[in-house]
Design a binder for this molecule. Structure first.
Ligand SMILES: *Cc1c(COP(=O)(O)O)cnc(C)c1O
Length: 361
């Protein structure tokens, strides 16, 4: 596959070629069964084995303790914005949210339908260029949980360390799951839509501490209760079989690369190359404060909007696509998820140097 471009899109993002090549075969004929992966019963021996293996790999790679359940759900990460408070905020309970960007703002809006939401910090006035230090906000004693977005895909900021709070942490890790080691045991619930760092759109991973399954009020519909899916091994209804299968192939690739610690090292190196260039240049300006920078999404500006358009167009012509920033930040954004190759980052850095030389401000 020599004709693939370097795909800097924020999501769906680039996937490992070996996983795609395997999927291409298995779509037509899975293990010589005479039918493809998308055509098999989700209750067949073959698919059950795929689902079990995918869960086992995720547990191994994330070191998920036995007291947590892993669920494969639908509805995208966005459905977790309401499922979390719907299941965990019984009665008129309170929860604390950190507003560090678009995805937390959306989660806050949904959560307000289910309880009292205290927004203990908001980065809105600074256009979300930083992650708050723990002394920048307070958490009320009667709050049920502290909700945060570990990596802000749009603004290119990321929690370098998680708050060391006595409150239960809930994290949206859609854009940095498996990109660095984390301690699952310090979270009550972690969720992630697959399409950034894990696989195709269509499946959302939820890792939930077992004791939380019983918190949901009776009024929660069956499909929207975590317990329903935990009790049925994510097969209460037809799960997103193909997406789960591809996540499994991506996890096999990830393990073969050396697992999460190896990924973290590689991600660190990729991000370092880009930030180093940004820091050494007057031409490019990073959006995030240096201590809040994301290793997954690097958001930056050029001297003018016209130069940014030209930059994106020329990069595209050279086989580097998806560099236009999100409309709410403008500028450019390079998303460099796990499967994005180091070579592609080197190519971009070289292009950025050339472009700055050839197009003075
Ligand atoms: C993309 C993204 C979402 C939304 O995911 P959907 O699966 O499209 O609902 C939520 N949170 C974060 C951090 C994201 O990057």
């Amino acid at each position: 596959m020599t004709d693939r471009v370097f795909n800097f899109n924020a999501g769906p993002g680039t996937l490992p070629e070996v996983a795609l090549a395997q999927a291409a075969k298995d779509i037509v004929n899975y293990q010589n069964k005479g039918l493809g992966i998308m055509e098999m019963s989700h209750r067949s021996k073959e698919f059950m084995a795929i689902a079990d293996q995918t869960e086992a790999l995720l547990r191994e790679l994330m070191a998920i303790p036995d007291s947590y359940r892993v669920l494969f759900l639908q509805g995208g990460a966005s459905s977790q914005f309401f499922m979390v408070p719907m299941n965990l905020l019984a009665g008129d309970a309170k929860a604390t949210y950190l507003d560090t960007g678009t995805w937390s703002t959306k989660a806050i809006k949904e959560a307000r339908q289910f309880g009292t939401i205290d927004v203990a910090y908001s980065g809105k006035a600074e256009n979300y260029r930083r992650i708050p230090q723990p002394d920048a906000y307070q958490i009320d004693d009667d709050s049920s949980y502290l909700y945060l977005v570990s990596n802000n895909t749009i603004f290119g900021t990321q929690f370098a360390a998680f708050p060391n709070s006595s409150k239960m942490l809930i994290a949206d890790m859609s854009s940095d799951i498996l990109s660095r080691p984390i301690e699952v045991g310090s979270f009550g619930l972690i969720f992630a839509g697959a399409q950034k760092n894990l696989g195709p759109a269509g499946v959302t991973i939820v890792v939930i501490r077992e004791d939380l399954l019983d918190r949901a009020p009776d009024s929660v519909p069956t499909m929207l209760r975590y317990k329903t899916h935990a009790e049925k091994g994510s097969m209460f209804n037809t799960p997103p079989c193909f997406a789960i299968y591809v996540v499994g192939e991506v996890l096999k690739w990830l393990k073969a690369q050396g697992g999460v610690p190896a990924m973290a090292e590689r991600n660190e190196e990729k991000a370092r190359l880009l930030y180093q260039l940004i820091d050494s240049s007057d031409y490019y300006r990073g959006h995030a404060e240096p201590d809040s920078r994301s290793r997954m999404n690097v958001a930056f500006n050029l001297p003018t909007a016209d130069l940014e358009s030209k930059f994106v167009a020329e990069a595209t012509a050279q086989g580097m696509i998806g560099l236009k920033g999100h409309r709410s930040v403008g500028g450019c954004r390079a998303s460099i998820y796990n499967a994005f190759p180091l070579d592609g980052v080197r190519r971009l850095v070289a292009f950025m140097e050339e472009f700055a030389g050839a197009n003075p401000a």
